[in-house]
Design a binder for this molecule. Structure first.
Ligand code: NAD
Ligand code: IPM
Ligand code: MN
Length: 354
């Protein structure tokens, strides 16, 4: 039986191109070692594609993604994003039916010196942000003129139920509580969110602890007592903002991976960061978020926890050897570029097998 798996690779814009190349190389090396054959097909996507072709998400890209076993994205966007049509991301999320964006915050102990936190704050930090991805402020109507603008925020019970179930299942598996984050003291959507989470947990997850927290309080707790968190479930916009904040626990935005899941069909993996126009083309981007996204892909879309663990071990080995990209060099270490760091991860993969 052939184990050949099709991965649609969307490098996108800016450092997306650089970190995707790294992630693809690491994934290929780790899969080779495990006897998993990959077919990587690259497709145009994002802002450069929009300016070249008039669309950020061409039909050929859409078809390639839908026909793949998984999709790996780098990042999209320019220095001055003016609307979401130029990014293509919301269309892609809709086309793949993605509704649960999983963003693990699992700092490497080797990098605690690269953060502004004392080691005891980081001790035991290992939580997951479960971000709702299909509704909320992102998918309401946007309108405005020079004098007044509105952005509609909507949530339906069904969309909240399915993200509550995703959070509940993850918390049960990890043996942790769920903290549902909202702004119930102001927003109608939050009232529905809180009531729906309460109902779903009462009827389907009576064994899982559920607590509710306002988003402004969570912005503080997530950096004051991050080790107290297990699964943090929240709406589209709150999840976007909290995850960038929480990335600092791990050393910064370059460190965080993500996976997006939903309708039957391919899942989607990308680092949490953007195209970083300020450092694009310099060869200094941190590829770890993208490489760890490839590890998530291996676990969830290739069904190989071994490949996933080998990749994480490879990253840890490269960090333990003292190598750092510039953004995570605050605690010391030998600063190298994207390419040299990637090579070190690949060498660690083969060292682990020897
Ligand atoms: P950004 O994430 O691109 O960069 C924010 C800061 O973090 C910059 O200083 C950047 O240099 C740094 N940074 C980010 N990733 C890094 C990495 N891997 N290594 C080292 N440093 C890294 O956010 P931004 O500057 O606000 O947005 C730039 C563009 O990216 C915008 O067009 C935005 O819409 C887009 N964006 C896309 C995605 C995505 O593709 N999923 C995510 C966020 C932002
Ligand atoms: C992310 C990004 C996107 C989002 C932007 C680029 C639309 O910030 O994936 O975190 O807000 O979802
Ligand atoms: Mn974001």
């Amino acid at each position: 039986m052939s184990t050949k798996k099709k991965i649609a690779v969307l490098p996108g814009d800016g450092i997306g191109v650089e970190v995707t190349a790294s992630a693809a190389r690491v994934l290929t090396a780790a899969c080779d070692a495990a006897g998993i054959e990959l077919q990587l097909d690259e497709y145009s996507f994002g802002t450069d594609c929009y300016h070249a072709n008039g669309t950020a998400f061409p039909d050929v890209t859409r078809e390639g993604c839908l026909a793949a076993d998984a999709v790996l994205l780098g990042a999209v966007g320019s220095a001055n994003p003016v609307n979401h049509d130029e990014l293509g991301l919301l269309d892609l999320r809709k086309a793949l039916g993605l509704y649960a964006n999983i963003r693990p915050i699992t700092p490497f102990a080797e990098l605690s010196g690269a953060t502004p936190f004392r080691p005891e704050i980081l001790d035991g930090v290992d939580f997951v942000i479960v971000r709702e991805l299909a509704e909320g402020l992102y998918f309401g109507d946007h309108a405005g003129d020079d004098e007044r603008a509105t952005d509609e925020c909507f949530y339906t019970r069904g969309a909240i139920e399915r993200i509550a179930r995703a959070a509940g299942a993850m918390a049960r598996e990890r043996g942790v509580k769920v903290t549902s984050v909202d702004k119930v003291n102001v927003l109608s959507t939050s009232k529905l969110w809180r009531a729906t989470f309460t109902d779903v947990f009462a009827s389907e997850f009576p064994d899982v602890e559920l607590e509710h927290m306002l988003v402004d309080a969570m912005a503080m707790i997530s950096i004051q007592r991050p080790a107290s968190l297990g699964v943090v479930a929240t709406s589209n916009m709150f999840g976007d903002i909290l995850s960038d904040e929480c990335s600092v626990l791990a050393g910064g935005l370059g460190m965080l991976p993500s996976g997006s899941f939903g309708a039957p069909g391919p899942s989607f993996y990308e680092p949490v960061h953007g195209s970083a126009p300020d450092i694009a083309g310099q060869g200094v981007a941190n590829p770890i978020g993208a490489i760890l996204s490839a590890a998530m892909l291996a676990e969830h879309s290739l069904g190989s926890i071994e490949v996933a663990q080998a990749i994480v071990k490879g990253v840890r080995g490269a960090l333990a050897s003292g190598l750092r990209t510039r953004d995570i060099a605050g605690g010391g270490g030998h600063v190298v570029g994207t390419e040299a760091f990637t090579q070190a991860v690949i060498e660690q993969l083969s060292a682990a097998r020897a």
